[in-house]
Design a protein around this ligand. Structure first.
Ligand SMILES: [Zn+2]
Ligand SMILES: [Zn+2]
Length: 282
């Protein structure tokens, strides 16, 4: 396993691509969107940038031309790795400081959690040279901000819960909702000390009520998730509440097509002390 099979690119449409990292234990996805300017040139954004184990520039340049800015769904390390290639990035106000949660990563932890079966690192990847990218954002986002990408427009929806500055990006014209780590069809992480369950619920309900979503494009795992997933996650929260389990430390709860990790009691105690695993584990 090396550069050639680290990234997989698939078209969503003629101007939108998903770039996946299938060897990440939760298969990370980030997205390239190309808009057309009035003079026919291109304007581009990446929504997240993956782990950054290898430069994403050759890949992006094979798909499009023109400037590339980055919109972050949040600042967990598996979403910001490619900022080194594309440092013009926007992030929600609540996560504008990339040093919080604490970075850089411990090499030992990185080796443990970075790859499939927590073992092999890809050929050509130099773990000792890998460092988290720390820089100032070029733009700080707020709820309701609109982002023009040539002839395309995205809306930033502040959706805290998984992380304080979580943002979903909605493109009403195409019905795309880029949901980051708030909504995907696998184990949802709500157990970290910077996860807020009340906010998570509110954000999911807000997305569930959003009109015009035709496709959800998630930050991890299956690309084939129904647009009813936000509603089903909200129903799962109701179910947990009715059982008195809607709180951290009650473990992992499995539902049809997804699960919700609220952390073990031991994990809860550990996180209260360490308070820094967010950056390492998601
Ligand atoms: Zn993630
Ligand atoms: Zn995350």
């Amino acid at each position: 396993m090396g550069y050639d099979d680290w990234y997989i690119v698939s078209s969503i449409d003629d101007d939108t691509w998903v770039i996946s990292e299938p060897h990440h234990p939760e298969c990370s996805h980030f997205y390239l969107l190309r808009g057309i300017n009035p003079d026919g040139t291109f304007d581009n954004v990446l929504i997240d940038t993956g782990l950054g184990f290898f430069s994403i520039k050759p890949l992006v340049e094979s798909l499009t031309s023109g400037p590339v800015r980055v919109l972050l769904t949040h600042t967990h390390w598996d979403h910001i790795g490619g900022l080194r290639d594309y440092p013009d990035f926007a992030v929600h106000e609540a996560e504008r400081d990339l040093r919080h949660p604490p970075l850089p990563l411990s090499k030992r932890v990185l080796r443990m959690v970075a790859t499939e079966e927590n073992a092999e690192l890809p050929e050509g990847f130099d773990l000792d040279a890998y460092e988290a990218y720390i820089a100032e954002p070029k733009r700080v986002l707020h709820d309701g901000d609109r982002i023009k990408v040539g002839n395309r427009t995205l809306e930033a929806i502040h959706t805290p819960g998984h992380s304080p500055g979580g943002v979903c990006y909605f493109e009403p014209e195409r019905g795309y909702l880029f949901s980051g780590d708030l909504i995907y069809g696998a184990c949802l992480y709500a157990q970290f000390h910077t996860c807020d369950l009340g906010q998570y619920e509110e954000s999911v309900r807000r997305i569930a009520a959003l009109e015009g979503v035709g496709r959800i494009l998630p930050g991890h795992d299956s690309m084939d998730i129904g647009v009813d997933l936000p509603e089903r996650i909200a129903a799962a929260f109701d179910d947990l509440k009715s059982k008195g389990l809607f709180k951290k430390g009650t473990g992992r709860h499995d539902y049809d097509g997804f699960s919700i990790n609220l952390g073990s009691p031991a994990e809860k105690a550990l996180l209260a002390v360490a308070g820094c695993f967010d950056a390492l584990l998601s």
